[in-house]
Design a protein around this ligand. Structure first.
Ligand code: RB5
Length: 144
């Protein structure tokens, strides 16, 4: 199984992105952290699109993106065909976007949640499988 996870953020979430990359590696995933590395102000659409392209192409199985709220970079990721990205600030939603929506990307707001909760959200996302069945019909409708 492809264990590669694309990670990107804007300037607001560099530290949290790095912490998540380090943590998921301890869980057996292969983080593909495409930056940015500089704390200078940057533009979340660029970074969201770049991570989403890695997931849409199949290079990475899943993706995790972060910005201040998680909202802007989620919107950018969802502009890429085949991407289903949700913003999560708690673990229930992180499980449900996998189980019911077959989300292939997770977005987190670094100015919204603390680092410990962010890690729990990531773990909930990565350990939940899509349930299929009636949910597959709806996901197919999203993609149509
Ligand atoms: C940057 O200041 C901020 O607007 C960005 O990180 C994000 O929150 C946008 O959705």
């Amino acid at each position: 199984m492809n264990k590669r996870i694309a990670l990107s953020s804007d300037h607001a979430a560099i530290d949290l992105r790095r912490a998540i990359a380090a943590h998921i590696e301890t869980l057996g995933w292969e983080p593909v952290d495409i930056g940015p590395t500089s704390p200078e102000s940057t533009h979340y659409p660029t970074h969201g699109q770049a991570a989403a392209a890695l997931v849409a192409s199949g290079d990475c199985r899943l993706g995790i993106v972060l910005c201040g709220t998680g909202q802007g970079i989620m919107m950018a990721a969802n502009k890429v065909a085949g991407i289903r990205c949700g913003v999560c600030s708690e673990t229930f939603s992180a499980k449900m976007i996998r189980a019911h929506n077959n989300a292939n990307m997770l977005s987190i707001g670094a100015r919204v949640v603390g680092s410990d909760l962010a890690i729990e959200i990531v773990e909930a996302f990565l350990t939940t499988e899509f349930e299929g069945g009636r949910h597959a019909t709806r996901v197919d409708m999203l993609e149509a």
